[in-house]
Write a protein that binds this ligand. Structure first.
Ligand code: ADP
Length: 296
């Protein structure tokens, strides 16, 4: 299989507590040098919380009536968020990839309108049991991915490193969820596999028990799992997984970023593998080759 024919891999690494970036960069650099092309998406929530607090604008989180939690993003938060994600986080990842011989280009979703979204003009939230409508928020959902810029970079030998914010149709910086952004990118790039690396070893039956990992999950059981096991931010990962699969991605793997070889282990199935069928047999030759390589 030539490099051009092989699908791009999309990997997202979380920015919450318990994530580690270094082993992810080690693995990605090895894959890159072996000819595998990927796009990395990253988060930055824990660092944003620290910086926002230090700047006297501490983070606030809101819960939607359907139970999804998100960062309250007024304009000042959007700017702090951009400083941390597109600044420190993005550039230290780019720095780490250069140190590993990978010519990385860091972009926010606003650059080249890679991630275009719709700003929510009014968001419904439940705060202390009361339903509120918030109108000055800068969050949104992705409506379009400019994959041509990413192909341009990949074809020229650059490794794209992407993060929120996205850009709205009215040209405002908007906070979009990183997992859902990675899902939209994976679908737009016709990726076969999306890897979501996080602080947990996968979807757990009991969030405090790492041994309770659910190894495989069919798309049909996703809603059930979302309501039964997943809490907080893990629910959004499952939502992202569904969006990716519905967008044509073959499998989404939720796995630990703090493993020895996080990407290779995830590709070998060490995590929660979510697919239309919920079985490993549906994997293409490309995937099993990666798995064997890891086991060897
Ligand atoms: P990110 O790594 O992308 O920053 P988050 O920290 O925001 O991700 O979300 C992942 C977190 O969700 C896990 O670290 C864990 O604390 C929590 N979580 C809630 N329910 C579950 C579950 N059932 N299985 C695994 N993790 C869960």
């Amino acid at each position: 299989m030539t490099m051009q024919e092989q699908s791009v891999l999309v990997v997202k690494v979380g920015g919450g507590e318990g994530n580690r970036i270094e082993p992810v960069l080690d693995d990605l650099a090895d894959l890159w040098h072996a000819g595998r092309r990927w796009v990395l998406v990253h988060g930055g929530s824990a660092r944003t919380n620290e910086v926002a607090t230090a700047l006297g604008h501490p983070p606030q989180f809101i819960t939607s009536p359907s139970g999804f939690t998100s960062r309250r993003t007024d304009r000042q938060t959007a700017l702090i968020f951009t400083m941390v994600y597109a600044g420190e986080m993005n550039k230290t990842i780019v720095e780490g990839l250069h140190a590993r011989g990978v010519n990385a280009v860091g972009l926010s979703g606003a650059d080249g309108r890679v991630l275009e979204g719709e700003r929510k003009k009014a968001i419904r939230a439940v705060v202390n049991g009361r339903r509120l409508i918030i109108r000055d928020d800068y969050t949104g959902t992705i409506t379009r991915v400019n994959s041509s810029l990413l192909h341009l970079l990949l074809n020229a030998g650059y490794a794209p490193v992407l993060c929120p914010p996205a850009i709205s149709q009215e040209h405002e910086l908007i906070n979009v969820d990183g997992d859902r952004a990675a899902a939209a990118l994976a679908a737009a790039l016709s990726a076969k596999t999306l890897v979501l690396l996080t602080g947990a070893p996968g979807l757990l039956r009991f969030p405090d028990d790492p041994a309770s990992r659910i190894a495989t999950l069919p798309l049909a059981a996703l809603d059930d799992a979302m309501n039964t096991y997943a809490q907080g931010r893990m629910r959004i990962k499952l939502l992202a997984a569904r969006e990716a699969l519905e967008g044509g991605v073959q499998r989404v793997i939720i796995a630990a970023s703090n493993a020895a070889h996080p990407v290779r282990q995830a590709l070998a199935g060490d995590g929660t593998v979510i697919s239309r069928w919920g079985r490993q047999e549906e994997e293409t030759h490309e995937h099993s080759a990666t798995a064997n390589e890891h086991r060897a």
